[in-house]
Design a protein around this ligand. Sequence first.
Ligand SMILES: [Mg+2]
Length: 321
Amino acid sequence: MNLIFKKKSYSFKLSTKVENSKTSFLAKSGWIIKLTSNDKKIGFGEVSPLHKEDLKKCAKQLNMIPEYVEVFNLSEQINIFHPCIQSAINSALAEINGKIIFKGKYDFDEIDKTTILLNPEDVIADLNEIKKRQSNIGKLVTVKWKVALKNNHDEEAILEEILSQIDNNIKLRIDANGSWRREIANRWADILKDNKNIDWLEQPLNVDDIDGLTELNKKIPIALDESLLKFPNLIDEWKGWQIRRPSQETNPVKLLRELENKKAYISISTSFETGIGKRWLYHLSSLQLQGPTPKVPGLAMNKFPHSFLFLNESKKIWDQL
Ligand SMILES: [Mg+2]
């Protein structure tokens, strides 16, 4: 199959800063790519690197892809490229080949449909706001708290306050982004191991400390995030929760198949994509919710500005870019 390859770059500002123990950013850049087959089928993909440092590398590699290319040559060529480029091309090919068929509409707009990120500046005030809103809707709400931003003593005090204030209608995810030492992670695991409100501790230890993470996972549910990006073979090996980011994986069709085959303990997470990448996030999230271990995805809905970039019609995004 012969293809026409086109790309356009984008950048946008998030509504508020995204902050964790390792990084903070307010702007996001990437590329939308468009593949057109000789029988005029179109597939879109998004190159959405999470780290600014990767943009230059991606730009250089994208410039190496010719405008007119044969599918086999393209697949061969991208094998050594950045995972985000592989993800974009494989996504677009999957769309052309009908391996993924998006629905016209997905329903993730309401407060209880995705995780709510707590404001790290004032976690308790934010939680109280959410509790107020939550009592209006009366449904289960999931909140996520990014930790290892302050000293551990202060954060344990905040944890105590959170635990005294949440009832059965609130689920909590705690994400250390790989910043805790084993000693601290074990303290938190001991405090939280019998708590019914906890979904999981997310990447409590360094990406490389798989032994430490495996030990902790015996005590309390541990979700791997950054470790899966560095060691993708863990996707088939890790016996616990996995935070999965379709735009960061070399081929999101693997993730699609896993969810179609009802694999458990997967949670879908955004890497702050435009409407192009969002189609995969929504599609995979809706499959996840029909699976054996349904959990709301982390889509950071309140972080996106109002812009054509987030429309749910790919063609309109492409044409206006
Ligand atoms: Mg995470």
